[in-house]
Design a binder for this molecule. Structure first.
Ligand code: PLI
Length: 458
């Protein structure tokens, strides 16, 4: 008999989680103003809110914490991290930051001006926030296939070269500080970008004299998909693929909380000395001295180990096949999900799941709340609440897809948890026709409303 797949690690430490009653959960939801971000983690049985900073570190990473050098300037942990980042990306300059959005803040402070245009593939919400807060505009150039959940295109994170070139033709070069390629593309379903597309984006951008930056939070997962799906890449190592990926850009922002396998941290890496110098000033103002930028030395030491582990095939295979396992279970139960299954999360299409809830009453949020009520599972809305209002008209922006994201923390849950999640969602699916009303907003902030919005039953 062929041996089945088994994870290439064993568990050394566990954390108890509390399984609440439905009655408790309904009370807590009301107290949380029907915003899952407002729940206490002790009120959550399985937390799929995010895969950001929620994973388990390895014994080697915990060991590295003890070796952290906490010097204010020139720490050895910085040197280890810089060496690792250079090896993996080929970028010479490194600026640590306290997390990914801080890297965006620093880099964008150096590069983006009022009225600029930043094309890319479905920019992440904090990325878009950092662009819009500078009165610039993020233009989505993702391929159309990304918006059809049943289209099996293997690289639904790809940038449409026609859409991109159109932007390059319409606006003067000095209005486009860079093109941003998000790998994997979180907002379009954790979908990868192919090497071929990265290369073509770089060639096109070079012709117009526009730099290319990567939003690299899940770059290793992107490289795994390239190895598995792109012709001619199957025999290459993940690290080798990463090196080529980054060669098609001028630099990167990174949220180390994802493929850095640490609980906090971020960085900018790039080759251009002038941009490095400009960004260094903003690092010092916003984050800290340029050799720690908001990170403890010990966290940089753990990150250096984490980046090496995340770019190993065996780790990625365990990680991504668990996400696929959950996705396939949901497909088996007839639940409409974004296909192919993404790298870090499964995305449920709430417009098909809950067709009776109107878009004004936030169907994806409604579904997320039902899943929590059913089984104590916390998910996140990737729909109209996240898309926020148009900064000019203040009208709701209705995105093409209204999704509930089940983000799987790295090395944290077992496949029994995946079975539990799938069963809970199946139960909600079986009573979907009884769910006809959604929620309405009672309070919201100016921007990035989904984090703190307050709701009531419609
Ligand atoms: O959460 P940060 O500040 O470390 O990183 C911001 C960020 C930037 N880019 C991308 C693609 C992200 O996915 C991202 C953060 N993502 C979160 C928090 C998530 O739940 O997906």
């Amino acid at each position: 008999m062929d041996l089945p797949y088994a994870e290439p690690f064993r568990i050394k430490m566990i954390e108890e989680i509390y399984q609440s009653t439905r009655e408790e959960r309904e009370k807590w939801l009301k107290e949380a103003n029907y915003n899952l971000f407002n729940l206490k983690s002790s009120q959550v049985f399985i937390d799929l809110l995010t895969d950001s900073g929620t994973g388990a570190m390895s014994d080697r990473q915990w060991g590295a914490l003890m070796t952290g050098d906490e010097s204010y300037a020139g720490s050895q942990s910085f040197e280890q991290l810089q060496q690792t980042v250079q090896n993996i990306t080929g970028y010479q300059y490194l600026l640590p930051t306290h997390q990914g959005r801080a890297a965006e803040n620093v880099l964008f402070s150096a590069l983006i001006k009022d009225g600029d245009i930043v094309p890319g593939n479905s920019h992440f919400d904090t990325t878009k926030g950092h662009i819009e807060i500078r009165k610039a505009h993020a233009v989505d150039c993702t391929i159309d296939e990304a918006f059809d959940i049943n289209d099996l295109h293997p690289f639904k994170g790809n940038i449409c070269l026609k859409k991109l070139e159109n932007i390059y033709k319409i606006y003067p070069t000095e209005k486009i500080p860079f093109c941003l390629v998000t790998i994997t593309c979180n907002s379009s379903g954790g979908q990868p970008v192919s090497l071929e597309n990265m290369k073509a984006v770089k060639e096109l951008s070079d012709r117009y004299g526009i730099p290319v930056f990567f939003d690299s939070a899940r770059f290793a997962e992107n490289a795994y998909f390239i190895k598995k799906r792109e012709k001619g890449q199957e025999n290459r190592s993940i690290k080798d693929i990463c090196k080529e990926m980054f060669s098609y850009g001028d630099g990167m922002t990174m949220s180390s909380k994802k493929d850095g396998l640490v609980n906090i941290g971020g960085f900018i890496a790039l080759n251009n000395k002038e941009i490095f110098r400009a960004a260094s000033n903003f690092t010092i103002i916003y984050e800290g001295f340029i050799t720690y930028g908001g990170m403890a030395g010990r966290d940089m030491a753990a990150l250096a180990v984490g980046l090496n582990e995340a770019t190993e095939f065996a780790y990625l295979e365990a990680r991504i096949s668990q996400v696929e396992y959950l996705g396939n279970k949901l497909i088996e139960y007839g639940i409409p999900v974004q296909k192919p299954i993404g790298g870090h999360a499964v995305f449920i299409d709430s417009l098909h799941f809950l067709p009776h809830v109107s878009r004004e009453e936030f169907p994806a949020q409604t579904l997320g709340l039902e899943i929590y009520k059913e089984a104590g599972i916390r998910t996140v809305e990737i729909g109209t609440l996240l898309a926020d209002r148009d900064p000019q008209t203040r009208e709701n922006r209705y995105p093409k897809l209204e999704l509930v994201r089940l983000a799987i923390p790295r090395r944290t849950y077992t496949n029994n948890h995946m079975d539990y999640i799938a069963a809970a969602i199946k139960n909600v699916y079986e009573r979907r026709n009884e769910i006809t009303r959604g929620y309405q907003i009672t309070w919201e902030p100016e921007i990035l409303r989904h984090f703190t919005v307050q709701l009531e039953e419609a």
